[in-house]
Design a protein around this ligand. Sequence first.
Ligand code: HEM
Length: 364
Amino acid sequence: AKVKLVSGIHDSWVAFTYEAADAVLKDERFVKNPRTVFPDVSEHELMPITHSMLFADPPDHRRLRSLVQRGFTPKMIQRLQGRIEEIAKIQVEQMKGKGTVDLIADYAFPIPIIVICELLGVPPEDRLDFQRWSNSMVEINDDPSFYEQVEVHIKEFQLYIEQLLAEKRIHPQDDLLSELIRAEDDGDKLSVQELYGAIMLMIVAGHETTVNLIANGMLALFTHPEQLKKLKESPNLIDGAIEEILRFNGPVEFSTDRYARESFTFMGKQLQKGDHVLVSLASADHDPTVFSGPDKLDITRERSPHLAFGKGIHYCLGAPLARLEGKIAIQTLLNAFPEIQINTALANLEWRQSFVIRGLKELP
Ligand code: HEM
């Protein structure tokens, strides 16, 4: 369908059905780099993150993705299991005896952040700065001053990365950032802008997604007590539970921007070159022609070809890591606090304002 998502901005095509969503994600006539269709876009109109794989088209996309992928193979991720368990246990210990906590700030947020910071080689102590910067890149707001603030945040973020890189160049370590710097040093593998883009993408992706897998997942379980009971009785259902949470309440509601590379007819609609296209992953994952009883959480659902991690060449690079973190975080929490429940007196359950991210402001 063609819809107006933001007033004052051109209309967008949005794929809502599963069939359309799946087809758009797999079709390379929908491109990601604005410069593929608008070659005159100037550098200052682009965000630094536009130079990352998420906004790249082949052949650049392949080159950028393969440089980062080395750190995210299922084998590499499996090796992190012990460390993720350790971090989850530390966070659980810190919540004991506190009564009501904010499950997001006190638990769901720190776990994936500490993991991604360690993997990249950036100081986890700076996570509140990362949170501020990455929030402003994914949220929307009616207040015009918000966008001035976004620019300030992006500049701060860039300056931070500049200092971090200067430090890493002198003292390289066994981490992903040092490896990316080596690729940049090799000259033709990674430009300096692409290096910045890659680091920003990893920090933003690491901060905005898995936190919501854990929190949206717990919310879904709290609001479906019979499913929560089932999971507590049969902990081996956890893998299915994670897939169902991703489908039911996925952290990424809309795909990122795509553009029609040329004018063509797609599923009966006439698209013009440069048309803006989005995929509603949340809507596709509730399509009744694919998922029976889509608005019910069912952790024993057998077949779930959900699109929560996208599809095609931009399929989420962090999916194995996110699945493992979500599984460990929810299991550890339920083991430590079998009687855990929402504090309904405090919960007004407000969603953050964002197209891309589906996440609560807090979860008492
Ligand atoms: C891409 C979802 C966690 C790194 C994507 C896309 C989705 C997604 C839907 C594709 C967007 C599009 O095609 O427009 C999720 C969800 C997560 C999660 C639901 C958590 C539950 C992570 C984590 C990382 C990560 C932890 C690692 C730091 C990436 C990267 C891409 C990506 C690098 C770009 C891949 C490419 O363009 O080739 N993710 N993500 N994600 N994600 Fe994730």
